[in-house]
Design a protein around this ligand. Sequence first.
Ligand code: UD1
Length: 418
Amino acid sequence: MDKLIVSGPTKLSGKVEVSSAKNASLPIMAATILYPGKVEFKNLPGLTDIKFFVQILESLGCTHSNGLIDASTVNNTVAEYDLVRKMRASVLVLGPLLSRFKKAKVSLPGGCAIGTRPVDIHLKAMEELGATIDISGGYINASCEKLIGADIHLSFPSVGATENIMMAACFAEGETVIKNAACEPEIVDHANFLNACGFEITGAGSSTIKVQGKELSSFDASKTVEYSIIGDRIEAATYIIAGLMTDSEIEVQNFDPSHIEAVLDVLKTMGAKLEVTARGVKVFASGKLAGAKVETGPHPGFPTDVQAQLMSLMGVSSGYSIVSERIFENRFMHVPELVRMGMEIDLDGSYAFIKGNNDLSPAPVMCTDLRASAALILSALVAKGETTIARIYHLDRGYEKIEQKLQSLGAKIKRVKE
Ligand code: UD1
């Protein structure tokens, strides 16, 4: 297993380009199942999660080569446990399989490090569209004669459920209206992709999304759909925080800054000097920042996927900070590791109380989930000495070439084999 060794403290400088968004790529790859022809992606990120998803698509009969996915050859509607267990997002094949083939058998994804993460909202919506759902042997068995458009009100604006319903509704009869839909930028990208394929989705990015069902026979499968995925706003926020933690001047490019307005607002409140450009954000050396009180929430709220990284920054800012995690019940696994590096953080249920002004010192630490891993790297950049970060396979799920990108900014970071 690989480890990262980071020598701090360090100053960063220069420009860094973020990759395409993992959380947009995965649902869009699932959506290729709906299109009976070829789809060509110009910029799928080089991540292990993308490789897993390709394996799932291939197990269903799709072919893939260099970003070209062909779902005209799908001949299997069963997503096996051995593949699904590797990545929760695999449950996103349920909606498109059911919509196009009227049946799907998908392993229940199970919990993960950050929470139990049930799929009840996905399944209730499939039933509302007319599917019969049966859970047995750890599998979701879904079938229907046809799906019929419906008004679906989500009890929570789940990102994955919104995407699964949008896809299921694509070949349903008539109109589907999703109320209390998730508004994340990745949902907008998902709808843009489906529309590029010839589906008809309006309202994505607002809390009401409408999908007009189409006939499979109306698609011209000879046309190859070309699509470019949006820049990764979570990766961008991570590098912006790296610049601030190291009191450096850097530019983070290749994403839409309006996608992280809530993050930029919090950082500015803490005293960050930031300039929004057309393609990203310039970070200026801002000195020691002040503490803040932050609550995560569905978009346009503060993203839970940036909570761990922000906590690293709060640990070295002045004064107390409070973080309230409102999306996942167990998303403070980075805290014990940050404490090992010298942070003073108290946990009370979904609240974390962070005493600022911590002088971080290196320690052997361990990644527990994707964004927690990023938080450890950020802290290691400012700790005085050599920090060893183990279990970095978590990091490789969502950050393309992170050590190369940080090295290009001047960080002393290297990957070693155990
Ligand atoms: C997506 C993102 C993930 C991000 C999360 C919240 C992808 C591949 N992953 O995950 O990085 O952290 O959004 O922004 O895009 N819930 C239920 N029942 C359901 C569905 C969800 O109770 O049927 C709960 C979850 O347990 C969680 C909350 O709703 O507590 C949010 O989950 P959801 O928005 O669905 O997140 P994901 O789509 O899994």
